[in-house]
Write a protein that binds this ligand. Structure first.
Ligand SMILES: [Zn+2]
Length: 306
């Protein structure tokens, strides 16, 4: 704003002190005294800023205008989807995935993929993960894309196989499609060989259907044992994210006593329709984003951090 005003003043030739025109009286007095002693008088400041500085000012005001237009567009998009306010932008993706260390919310064991309830970070970011795959609502994809909300999905074949095209479209817009087994059984009650089949076969299926072999796997119901982790590792899985919050269209449930989000939290929700819960997938996303924004957090992409 200030830059735009200064530029207008300079272009109009009405520059005040320091921007052309008359120099401040104290300086003039000093310069006159110097001239009286025979010292050459410094040249008067030019009326119009020299080229590079002027270009910089113009670029600056263009950047200000672009920022204002982007803010207006974000407000309009948020209003169109019924959000209380635009989501906070996530920080740039990290250049590489940060090294995981033992911390609250991280279980590390030698040779096994880490089990992560919360990603260690100081940034005010949380992650939205969407499980199973029954409801395939294209409005949900569109809303997430328009709002810039990144998703990490965990897909079970028995629910997804009726239309893998839906998940291909999610992957095409930058969302991650990860492993949630073939049949969504409680792995803890199964032997190692059956667990391995449930996980490895879904790796193969997702690679064939989506074109990417997942690195992340989430056991159904969050139930697992050491066999699960060994089997997952043997299928090429690198991390097992669980969750600290579960979101529904009308509420978010917290595992913490303070009932608040914490940096690095993983939020679980599901692809479900109005037959199973009180709202649509866009209602669900609206609830999550409003809650996350109100607590001063941005939604980032889990697969960039794990
Ligand atoms: Zn599930």
């Amino acid at each position: 704003m200030v830059a735009a005003v200064c530029l207008a003043a300079v272009v109009a030739g009405c520059g005040g002190p320091g921007a052309g025109g008359a120099a401040p009286s104290a300086e003039r007095t000093g310069a006159s005294a110097a001239a009286d002693r025979g010292v050459p008088r410094p040249a008067a400041a030019p009326l119009v800023l020299p080229g590079p500085a002027r270009a910089e000012e113009e670029a600056g005001s263009e950047a200000v205008a672009r920022k204002a237009a982007a803010a207006r567009a974000a407000l309009e998009t948020a209003a169109r989807w019924g959000l209380a306010r635009p989501p906070l932008p996530a920080p740039p993706r990290p250049a590489s995935r940060p090294e995981l260390f033992a911390a609250q919310g991280v279980k590390l064991a030698d040779g096994l993929p880490p089990v992560v309830y919360r990603v260690p970070t100081d940034e005010r970011i949380v992650f939205l993960t969407v499980d199973d795959g029954a409801e395939k609502d294209p409005e949900f994809n569109r809303m997430a894309a328009e709002l810039g909300i990144p998703l990490s999905t965990f897909v079970a074949d028995y629910l997804a196989r009726s239309d893998y095209g839906y998940f291909r479209r999610l992957a095409a817009q930058g969302d991650a499609v990860n492993n949630h087994t073939i049949n969504h059984r409680n792995l803890k009650v199964l032997g190692y060989a059956t667990q391995r089949e449930e996980i490895c076969r879904q790796q193969d299926q997702l690679e064939e259907q989506i074109g990417v072999r997942p690195r992340l796997f989430r056991p159904p119901y969050g139930e697992y044992n050491e066999d699960t982790l060994r089997a997952a590792a043997s299928c090429g899985i690198e991390a097992v994210p669980l969750w600290n919050e579960e979101a529904f269209p009308d509420r978010v449930e917290y595992r913490y006593e303070d009932q608040r989000l914490h940096p690095g939290d993983i939020i679980l929700t599901h692809f479900r329709g109005t037959d199973l819960w009180p709202g649509t997938m866009p209602d669900l996303l609206r609830k999550v984003v409003d809650e996350v924004t109100a607590q001063g957090f941005a939604l980032a992409r889990l697969d960039d951090y794990l």
